[in-house]
Design a protein around this ligand. Structure first.
Ligand code: PBG
Length: 327
């Protein structure tokens, strides 16, 4: 007599047995909710391309942060929209910048919620690029990598001094982790960790974010500093550099078209890994749900489970506040 083959349907048919053998479980512990903060009072301005997401003034951000805390979300990620932009992105590292003030308020008023800050110049620079520009030898402008490092370090430092629990450099400048690590260490902020956007691709999925953060480049694109979607080995090289420079957490961004990168990064480095379920990924789900084509809750749970199954520990997602209720 032949032995029967494994018949998984016996286990799958029963919800309790399914629970017993489930390999991946989502938890609110994994979630980070991004927020966009702007100047003003009482402002809650809908972002047209991201239904359910708002640009908030600090007072309203504090309310949302309280809610996040109540839902059990461990941390939020802050992006700032300054009142004025300039070539040197001065508001990115001013003590009185929007992000710095928002950090102080939240740390003071919402105890027990961690604040992570995005460290980049694109929201603050008049060019909308992630670094400052310089004239290129052959004519035209290009991002000045090394001049930008200093400004990123100043930004991270000002965030940490304002109480940020962790800083997240996203400019994709070479050497940014090292520059930030040394600035923090030299200023008695050794205990503030870095979550580096190590493998950040030049992606069409960021389009709604640039609306939300008002950070689209005025001319050109980000292809000289963000990665080519076709490359995987290069992502491992980028991550390796950030690890050597002292990052505590590595990040892959976007998430869905890059699950293979998440999986490789987790197995090659074994470090805590964050995946950024970016704006375009969010908005596609929202649009399809609104049209009645998909079941939003089911699809969001499936997407987040997939990203976690691929190897991510931290899920940065605009769905966080809504989905936390279902976990
Ligand atoms: C840059 C930054 C971007 C995002 C996070 N940090 C945009 C970009 O590189 O253009 C995108 C996040 C998203 O799409 O949700 N500071």
């Amino acid at each position: 007599m032949e032995f029967p083959v494994y018949r998984p349907r016996r286990l799958r048919a029963n919800e309790n047995l399914r629970r017993l053998i489930r390999e991946t479980s989502l938890s609110v512990d994994n979630l980070v909710m991004p927020f966009f903060v702007r100047e003003g009072k009482g402002i809650r301005k809908a972002v047209a391309s991201m239904p359910g997401i708002f640009q908030l003034s600090i007072d309203n951000l504090v309310k949302e942060a309280r809610l996040a805390k109540k839902l059990g979300i461990p941390a939020i990620l802050l992006f700032g929209i300054p009142a004025k932009k300039d070539e040197q992105a001065g508001q990115a590292y001013s003590d009185n910048g929007i992000v710095q003030r928002a950090c102080r308020e939240i740390k003071e008023k919402v105890k027990g919620l961690s604040v992570i800050t995005d460290v980049c110049l694109c929201e603050f620079s008049s060019s909308g690029h992630c670094g400052v520009l310089k004239r290129r030898g052959g004519g035209g402008m290009e991002v000045d990598n090394d001049a930008t490092l200093e400004l990123l370090a100043l930004s991270a430092l000002s965030h940490a001094e304002a109480g940020a629990d962790m800083v997240a450099p996203s400019a994709m400048m070479d050497g940014q982790v090292k520059a930030i690590r040394s600035a923090l260490d030299q200023n008695d902020l050794q205990s503030v960790p870095i979550m580096a956007y190590s493998a950040k691709y030049a992606s069409g999925f960021y389009a709604p974010f640039r609306d939300a953060a008002e950070s689209a480049p005025k001319s050109g694109d980000r292809k000289s500093y963000q990665m080519d979607p076709a490359n995987a080995d290069e992502a491992m090289r980028e991550i390796r550099l950030d690890v050597r420079e002292g990052t505590d957490i590595i990040m892959v961004k976007p998430a869905l078209a890059y699950l293979d990168i998440i999986k490789r990064a987790k197995s090659e480095f074994g470090l805590p890994l964050a995946a950024y379920n970016v704006s375009g990924e969010y908005s596609m789900v929202k649009a399809a749900a609104k049209a009645g084509w998909i079941d939003e809750k089911r699809v969001v749970l499936e997407i987040l489970t997939g990203i976690k199954r691929a190897g991510a520990d931290i899920l940065i997602t605009y769905h966080a506040m809504e989905i936390a209720k279902h976990l």
